[in-house]
Design a protein around this ligand. Sequence first.
Ligand SMILES: Nc1ncnc2c1ncn2[C@@H]1O[C@H](COP(=O)(O)OP(=O)(O)OP(=O)(O)O)[C@@H](O)[C@H]1O
Length: 244
Amino acid sequence: MPNAMRTPPPAGCVFRTRGLGKSYGSGETRVDALREVDLDIARGEFVVLLGPSGSGKSTLLNILGGLDVPSTGQVMFGDEDLSRADDAELTTYRREHVGFVFQFYNLIPSLTVRENVALVTDIVKNPMTVDDAIDRVGLTPRRDHFPAQLSGGEQQRVAIARAIVKRPEVLLCDEPTGALDYQTGKLVLEVIARINAELGTTTIVITHNAAIAGMADRVVYLGDGRVLRVEVNEKKLSPAELSW
Ligand SMILES: Nc1ncnc2c1ncn2[C@@H]1O[C@H](COP(=O)(O)OP(=O)(O)OP(=O)(O)O)[C@@H](O)[C@H]1O
């Protein structure tokens, strides 16, 4: 039992990282993308990750999502040690627990909205219905359309439906509004905030846009691979109240 000597995080803690580090390359080309990151994320929290380009945001999100593994330190998902998981265990972890939303939607062009979302329900244990997921992102009237018939914001909402249909414990979003205009971006953020509130899905959103920090429970500022500071929002704003 490789985990037996390790102290599991307290109940209510979804993620716990300790001394987390990630390096790419070696020698003169070595890049320390993450250094000594200690972070706890509670169940149901809405966390925004802010920081300049290259500060390590995607690297951290990818490690939390089991898409990448750390070079040093530990990352726990509940009492599961992701830093010691092999490829097969990480695949199972991602499939059962993680919903991903990226800047680009990665929909299958030849499938309708319903069919794109239904792809996921075949491979998970306890999905919600496809129609429920589509309803939660406000796309019921568009469910038989193809991606090319949808706006960028609508396509992103399909991507969110696809991410949440499996009822993931965590929803990890990397620049979800990066390709969208102001109003459309706000609409997508409203959908993400609603999923977090209604389903209690622990949500982590990467953004370059500091204004989005207002809708988080906590804001984690990264710089040069380190956590520079963590701020708690006493009063969370709705996306409609944000302006930039
Ligand atoms: N596969 C890789 N190989 C080599 N270096 C990498 C790799 N992935 C990331 N890096 C480097 O690690 C550092 C952190 O990258 P990361 O993508 O995590 O930053 P970020 O804050 O998400 O940046 P951005 O906001 O531009 O997406 C950068 O210096 C980047 O060049």
